[in-house]
Design a protein around this ligand. Sequence first.
Ligand code: ATP
Ligand code: MEV
Ligand code: MG
Length: 334
Amino acid sequence: MRVLASAPAKIILFGEHSVVYGKPAIAAAIDLRTYVWAEFNDRGAIKIEAKDIRVPGLTVSFSEDEIYFESDYGKAAEVLSYVRQAIELVREEADANGKGITVSITSQIPVGAGLGSSAAVAVATIGAVSKLLGLELTNEEIGKLGHRVELLVQGASSGIDPTVSAIGGFIHYEKGNFEHLPFMELPIVVGYTGSSGSTKELVAMVRRTYEEMPEVIEPVLIAMGKIVEKAREVITSDLDDEIRFVQLGRLMNINHGLLDALGVSTKKLSELVYAARVAGAIGAKITGAGGGGCMYALAPENQSEVATAITIAGGTPMITRISREGLRIEEVLP
Ligand SMILES: Nc1ncnc2c1ncn2[C@@H]1O[C@H](COP(=O)(O)OP(=O)(O)OP(=O)(O)O)[C@@H](O)[C@H]1O
Ligand SMILES: C[C@@](O)(CCO)CC(=O)[O-]
Ligand SMILES: [Mg+2]
């Protein structure tokens, strides 16, 4: 039997980092996906084929166009720990420890770019392997297992990324609970700096700053939580789109300033944010963990001008749409 599952990337519209401290956040699944095939092997081992993982600074040996890491030889590189943990967790849940499983991954999501590649690969792997092992799990349960994978690998995780990747759509998230927000086509442009940041390291860096000066950082996190509450009010109001976008844009700009205050912006991220605003975006901010990765801009009138400005500033623009669907079982072959 072979199973193919896919799970989407996400953008965090408001509330990254503060969500790790129990504040609310708003995120949406987007139409870039990670695909995972799962099948049994008769060697009792976990075998992972990551066909297109491109991690700057990582050198791996490969044969033809495939990169192999095999955990039974103790060679599993840290870079594949999300996938390995996902497989091990599902094997445990299914009482199938020791069963040989091969997964093969292809992905459209840039890695370490703030678009939730770690959550998508964990969720798609859990989806494919649980189906293979005959476990009946809801997408919500798979999101919770994805959260456990992120906790195991990163040490800290709010769970928002695996939740939105598993269930899809546009959500408000707080302390493990989520609620779908009314669907809204968002005229956004994502700008990729081309460099990556590690969520594990960025979350740990914010934690160190918080522990050194809680009296300074706590109010920043509280303000971020208030921004999310305000944004939710605007999104669920019956004001015209034009007015809602202007208010959301202002909140994005404030949220970006506070993320910069936490130290998760970079020169390049800020350049893309300012280039987008100068080109007419009504709001622009980092999305995801920062330290490289992506920003996004809200540009109802001028998406193409903003995309050009991001290119001129040295970034790669992506015009994406919200994905209503989260985890999907694409194929089950005998
Ligand atoms: N296609 C893939 N195959 C295998 N592992 C992957 C793949 N994509 C992502 N990963 C894993 O996820 C890690 C990147 O996760 P990280 O949380 O640092 O960034 P992100 O999820 O892309 O961004 P963010 O968490 O800010 O949204 C990679 O180092 C790798 O371990
Ligand atoms: C930085 C962070 O808030 C979002 C990463 O996409 C981490 C998390 O919520 O687990
Ligand atoms: Mg991640």
